[in-house]
Design a protein around this ligand. Structure first.
Ligand SMILES: Nc1ncnc2c1ncn2[C@@H]1O[C@H](COP(=O)(O)OP(=O)(O)OP(=O)(O)O)[C@@H](O)[C@H]1O
Ligand SMILES: [Mg+2]
Length: 293
């Protein structure tokens, strides 16, 4: 949750430890405001307000609640933090209406195999699901799929590629809000129609808030995977530093552009990063080297 902190700086670290983002001034995406008896009148309207009444001054509660009947008042820091944190989880995510426009597609990219695409996809999917988003991780490494093995699911997997009505049967709930769409068992990667992949993505958008796509190496050679890059909100290129080459990263942005990922959507994940080997600036410069405005 993004919290506007008005003068209660002593609890900032504890709020951060609970996974909240603390912002010092009002921005569009603030979810709640935490303030004290001196600052509550500065709180913007329309946001849930959590007021810390330190110094044992219980009498102040009536004053705050007279001005702001909806305010939540606490004498105790821990109680405030716990209740505020509980609010993040109180919505039943399964019941959330999904707005197609709000769904986010996050996709891995690398030309090399074994650099950490799947590991990073799993990390991202796990974390966003734990934060409360209804999430699916899609094994699109057709031909080299390994996500089902990660979750110890060993069986035949339905071929949903040409028929999105089979998706519900093909999905596995692996934990909490996190679902897995394994690669079909009988898949022949080069027979996949790009348009079918597009339809699958759109069908998943109607069901999930976050769609994490794990992809095969060298996606440029695999036409069927290109619609994923064209329709992703974020594409993260995974670079394993021990195999790192500036020349290789320079090819990433033109290839991603050619597949339909524009520069604003490109990111780099440095796996096994070692600051002694190369600077982040050099890597960023390499990614940008072949991008023209
Ligand atoms: N930061 C890391 N530290 C240690 N081991 C790692 C790290 N990142 C990845 N690995 C290991 O390296 C191996 C390859 O990782 P992963 O499967 O994520 O790569 P990939 O790019 O998806 O490979 P592929 O191209 O075969 O799909 C795995 O055994 C994984 O556990
Ligand atoms: Mg992989």
């Amino acid at each position: 949750m993004r919290i506007l902190n008005l003068g209660t700086h002593d609890i900032t670290i504890e709020l951060r430890n609970q996974g909240h983002i603390i912002v010092p001034e009002l921005s569009e995406s603030v979810d709640s405001v935490v303030c004290n008896i001196d600052t509550y009148k500065l709180a913007p309207d329309g946001l849930p307000m959590f007021v810390l009444l330190t110094g044992g001054n219980k009498m102040m509660i009536w004053r705050v609640q007279k001005d702001y009947p909806e305010a939540h008042c606490y004498m105790d820091t821990k109680e405030l933090i716990n209740e505020l944190t509980a609010k993040v989880y109180e919505v039943d995510i399964a019941e959330l209406p999904i707005n197609k426009q709000d769904s986010l597609i996050v996709t891995s990219y690398a030309n090399k195999g074994g650099v950490g695409k799947t590991t990073t996809a799993l990390s991202i999917a796990t974390v966003v699901a734990e934060q409360g988003a209804k999430t699916v991780i899609v094994d699109m490494d057709y031909g080299g799929a390994n996500l089902a093995t990660f979750y110890n699911i060993n069986r035949e997997f339905i071929n949903y590629i040409a028929d999105t009505s089979l998706l519900d049967k093909a999905l596995f709930k692996v934990q909490g809000n996190l679902y897995l769409l394994p690669s079909p068992t009988d898949i022949v990667p080069n027979s996949i129609e790009p348009n079918n992949i597009y339809k699958i993505l759109m069908a998943l958008k109607a069901k999930f808030q976050v769609i994490v796509c794990d992809t095969p190496p060298s996606p440029w050679d695999k036409k069927y995977i290109h619609p994923v890059y064209a329709n992703s909100d974020i594409v993260y290129a995974v670079v394993k530093q021990e195999k790192f080459s500036i020349a290789e990263v320079k090819t990433y942005s033109p290839q991603l552009m050619a597949m339909g990922t524009d520069r604003d959507r490109m990111r780099i994940v440095l796996n096994a990063y070692n600051p002694k080997l190369i600077s982040l600036q050099q890597i960023e410069a390499a990614l940008n080297a072949n991008l023209k405005l």
